[in-house]
Design a protein around this ligand. Structure first.
Ligand code: B3K
Ligand code: ZN
Length: 875
């Protein structure tokens, strides 16, 4: 396997400032691509007599320089490169090539979906359209002419503005698009399809009118209304928050059902997976609405953070993704509950990124080597990348951070830069020395903070001692201490917030202090502390680390009830439950009875009793740590034990709080017509959480309630909550509910996905066989990523059934991943990642998982994408 290294980065030998493409979509099977590139030797690059262009599954027919066809001995095309020999310093290169959209099941480059032709180029898909220097530091102005059948593909789109269009002989038509902004090839996009269109407009604060258009499969325009509203919100938010305006006359969004990613920020032509853009209350849940709003905003925010200022190379992916996820999180915090948005982001980090950081694919936010860049669109780059930006924001404060962003755009607009450009801008605008902070981009692994404290009554001082460490990760046996903010508060034993004053400070700091950690061990001495306080550590999750402090249950109950920081109120509840869950797992494995204390039920009961104040927060606070998060805390993972203990705790709470859950279920009914706003979705979240707890007891009365909710639901949130509860309940109502749901929704692909996923997530025995059966169901196909994610992806995170003790879940994963690999290697390698952490499991499962990985590794013709994952896992 070839490894690409950051250390080997060289500036391109040639630049291509202008690209003219003529794409003739002759049939679904074949398109002719004529490219005219203006090529210049790069004065800053290495000198080379031949031009080497990237190429992938493109057949090159002819090559000409300055209008003269080159004889075959002057150029060679192998599977990966087109090499043109003895080229001048500056010239026009014409190539004519053929591509095969319908055979393109990898869905990278130009491919077909039910209504026509679509494209996805990030990261290395443009080379699947035409030979090119397919790297983000080669930026060009594009002029694109598309030709296609007029009847079958009435909509022809590309980046930028449509400058001309017309009819052609033989029932065909054409359109020409010019994108005025130089861009890297990964932001290139085209669409030629039969689509319905709706339009709107946005007036920028400088008074320009921008045409907004939404394109979707015929008959589904009503499902695009929400996304267009989100787009306008996002445009306004970016003006208000960062002073950034949309820079185009026309901004188009296209929805497509076959798509490898969630969405793609192509300049002026965002292409979205239908799952992340189509919304209607009867088929989309509150969660879908929220995710769609954020994703539309995220792709729009990329127009500045990603498109105007882009990445020099793919090691710098977090430059655009970390920053854009951070902006998306700020947007969500402003539009919904700030605390709930933060809690959800942290839960994401803990379920996705922490395990990744503790496994064989662990890599720094700015990786230093990869085999396949597509394997590095990871939770580390996205979620941890956002946490790094957030830490800088916390360290310098919002005003300086905003100045830093202004500076960043002033200095780097139109450039392809490294992650350092952002750090340097923050440093320059704030005067803060971030040299040590840069280690965050280079070191992988989740850091630990071990916090100890001491109170001295006579001197009224309270001393916090914080020691940081970071476990070894692949290629990084030892780590240096990192610079990070630790936001803390101190509470009196009756729950009041103490003013904070560090020794040597003239004035106090109010109730929260941002402590700056740099040394391995740091000591903070607070003075004028009248009582032994309870520390609130890492408020608002100020750094992406694991904080260890010996809290007792009383301290946690105090924080859960009184901390002024909502995130840490939630965190206290999670710690309270986690301590008991871990004790439970230990007891169960030692053959001791698993029991839970009264105070747990009392603490949860108080949250429920208080829920009226903020139902969305209460729903988060009453959600137990996920199985994967509990597993992460164990020396050796026994997923069955984790599941049983967590389930036992749920049943304990459901029994003790039965009446409270039942009355909250009635109390939090949402009156009036459906709306996905924060308040009503919070009420639904809490109500459905009550239903889920009650359903864990499996009583006939609750089952009827659940069946009635499913039958009477006027929105998908309530329907799905009921269906998911029934799917994990061994009862006569179960099968008819699942079958009925499918029968009702079999013509709505996105709802069929929900059904597949619900079946695959069931905790009941028999799920492995059911998933295998569904993989042969007419509603399922390996060719559609959404179907694969719904069935196989959901199954892969099913902690009980994927990890079935007999290895049947692993065997099924091997079977499906190997069938998928030749069709869509990018998606297949993601599925295989469910096996990568086998070393963390108890011996029997460890061996079964290792054997599964070995079977995959030994498979002839395995893709490079999947090969990288299994290779690293088995190393
Ligand atoms: N930039 C795209 C990622 C596409 C990845 C395709 N392999 C989506 C996003 O982060 O906004
Ligand atoms: Zn992104």
């Amino acid at each position: 396997a070839t490894t690409v290294r950051l250390a080997d980065y060289r500036r391109p030998a040639f630049l291509i400032p202008e690209v003219v493409l003529d794409i003739d979509l002759q049939s679904e099977d074949e398109a002719r691509v004529a490219a005219t590139l203006s090529v210049q030797r790069n004065p800053d690059g290495a000198s080379s007599s031949s031009l080497v262009l990237d190429l992938d599954e493109v057949s090159v027919e002819s090559v000409a320089i300055d209008g003269k066809l080159l004889p075959p001995e002057r150029w060679q095309a192998d599977g990966r490169y087109l090499t043109v020999q003895d080229v001048p310093a500056s010239f026009r290169l014409d190539t004519v090539s053929r591509i095969h959209p319908r055979q393109n099941t990898k869905l990278m480059g130009i491919y077909t979906s039910s209504t026509g032709f679509f494209s996805l180029c990030e990261a290395e898909g443009f080379r699947r359209i035409t030979p090119f220097l397919d790297r983000p530091d080669v930026m060009a102005r594009y002029t694109v002419t598309l030709h296609a059948d007029r009847e079958r593909y009435p909509v022809l789109l590309a980046n930028g503005n449509c400058v001309a269009q017309g009819e052609e002989g033989g029932a065909r038509h054409w359109a020409r698009w010019v994108d005025p902004f130089p861009k890297p090839s990964y932001l290139f996009a085209v669409v030629a399809a039969r689509l319905d269109r709706s339009q709107d407009s946005f007036r920028t604060r400088s008074g320009r009118n921008v045409l907004l258009q939404f394109f979707v499969e015929p008959g589904k325009l009503d499902q695009g209304v929400f996304a267009l509203e989100s787009l306008k919100h996002a445009m306004k938010w970016d003006e208000d928050t960062y002073g950034l305006e949309v820079d185009l006359d026309e901004y188009n969004i296209v929805a497509v059902g076959d798509f490898n990613a969630g969405a793609m920020e192509n300049k002026g032509l965002n292409i979205f997976n239908t799952k992340l853009v189509l919304a209607r209350s009867d088929i989309s849940t509150d969660w879908d609405f929220n995710f769609i709003d954020r994703t539309v905003a995220h792709e729009y925010f990329h127009n500045w953070t990603g498109n105007r200022v882009t990445c020099r190379d793919w090691f710098q992916l977090a430059l655009k993704e970390g920053l854009t996820v951070f902006r998306e999180q700020q947007y969500a915090g402003d539009r919904y509950s700030r605390a709930v948005a933060r809690i959800q982001a942290v839960r994401n980090l803990r379920t996705g990124q922490f395990p990744e950081d503790a496994g064989p694919m662990a890599h720094p936010v700015r990786p230093s080597a990869y085999q396949q860049v597509s394997n590095f669109y990871t939770s580390t780059v996205y979620q941890k990348g956002a946490e790094l930006v957030r830490m800088m924001h916390t360290l310098v404060g919002p005003a300086k951070f905003r100045q830093a962003m202004d500076l960043y755009f002033r200095e780097h607009d139109g450039q392809a830069v490294t992650t350092d450009a952002l750090v340097a801008a923050v440093e320059e605008a704030s005067g803060e020395d971030l040299s040590q902070f840069r280690l965050w981009y280079e070191q992988s692994g989740t850091a630990r903070l071990s916090v100890r404290d001491q109170y001295d009554e006579t001197s009224q001082t309270y001393v916090l001692t914080v020691t940081q460490s970071c476990p070894p990760t692949p290629g990084q046996p030892t780590k240096k201490p990192m610079h990070m903010p630790l936001t803390v508060g101190l509470l009196t034993p009756d729950g009041r917030e103490l003013p904070l004053r560090l020794e040597g400070e003239k004035t106090g700091r109010g109730g929260s202090a941002v402590l700056s950690l740099r040394q391995e061990t740091e000591v903070f001495r607070f003075i004028d502390v009248p009582v032994p306080p309870v520390p609130s550590l890492g408020r608002n999750f100020s750094a992406p680390v694991i904080i260890g402090y010996p809290y007792d249950d009383q301290a946690l109950q105090l924080l859960l009830g009184y901390d002024s920081d909502a995130f840490n109120r939630w965190e206290a509840g999670q710690r309270l439950a986690m301590d008991l869950l871990l004790r439970g797992v230990a007891d169960r494995r030692a053959g001791r009875p698993v029991q839970f204390p009264d105070y747990l039920a009392e603490a949860f009961g108080r949250v429920l009793a208080d829920a009226q104040k903020d139902p969305a927060f209460a729903a988060e606070a009453l959600t137990l740590p996920a199985e994967i998060i509990i597993a992460e805390r164990l020396e050796e993972i026994d997923p069955q034990a984790v599941h049983e203990v967590r389930f036992a705790m749920r049943r304990f709470l459901a029994e003790r709080l039965h009446g409270a859950f039942r009355s909250a279920y009635d109390l939090f009914a949402t009156p009036g017509p459906y709306s996905p706003d924060a308040e009503s979705s919070g009420r639904r979240a809490l109500r459905n959480l009550c239903l889920a707890f009650l359903m864990d007891l499996g009583e006939a009365e609750t089952r009827s309630l659940c069946v009635a909710q499913l039958a009477g639901a006027t929105n998908m949130t309530d329907a799905m909550a009921a269906l998911a509860a029934l799917a994990s309940c061994d009862c006569p109502e179960r099968r008819p509910a699942l079958d009925g749901f499918y029968a009702k929704w079999k013509d709505e692909p996105l709802v069929v996905d929900k059904w597949l996923s619900t079946e695959a997530l069931s905790r009941l025995p028999g799920t492995v066989a059911r998933v295998r059966e569904l993989s042969r169901h007419p509603a399922f196909t390996l060719k559609n990523p959404n179907k694969v994610y719904a069935l196989v992806g959901s199954f892969g995170v099913n902690q009980v059934n994927f990890h079935a003790a007999d290895g049947s879940g692993y065997a099924l994963m091997v079977e499906l991943a190997l069938a998928l690999d030749p069709i869509n290697p990018q998606v297949a390698s993601r599925m295989v990642r469910n096996l990568e952490r086998y070393k963390r499991y108890e011996p029997a499962r460890r061996e079964l998982m290792r054997a599964a990985l070995q079977t995959i590794a030994a498979h002839p013709g395995l893709s490079r994408e999947t090969g990288e994952v299994v290779g690293k896992a088995l190393a």
